[in-house]
Ligand binder design. Structure first.
Ligand SMILES: [Zn+2]
Length: 109
């Protein structure tokens, strides 16, 4: 299934095509749930990657804020092929593997 489909979210549609069935554009993966923007910190050869982003947590007792990091493993479709250091938008989907529940939908400049 290599036909382009509408993923339901406004995004930069990749120019390349792929035959990955876990790809939101060319496969059968449907998107639902939360969405984040983060930096790709590592990737492997099996279309997996790790995305990390900062968030601010308020500590009411000390009236201060604290910077924390969130890190998730994501699916990196071969038509997008984000590289280390890229800013990417990820969206939650059904569990793709043991640890992957998110998929990259676009690269942000
Ligand atoms: Zn694709």
């Amino acid at each position: 299934m290599t036909k382009q489909k509408n993923i339901g979210i406004e995004s930069n549609v990749p120019k390349d095509k792929c035959t990955d069935r876990k790809c939101p554009y060319h496969g059968s993966t449907k998107l639902r749930g939360r969405s984040f923007v983060g930096t790709l910190v590592s990737k492997d050869t099996h279309n997996s990657a790790v995305v990390e982003w900062d968030r601010i947590v308020k500590i009411p007792k000390y009236e201060r804020t604290e910077n924390r990091k969130s890190k998730v493993s994501v699916h990196n479709p071969s038509c997008i092929d984000a590289q280390k250091g890229d800013l990417v938008r990820i969206v939650e989907t059904k569990p793709i593997s043991k640890t992957k529940k998110f998929v990259i939908i676009e690269k942000i400049e």
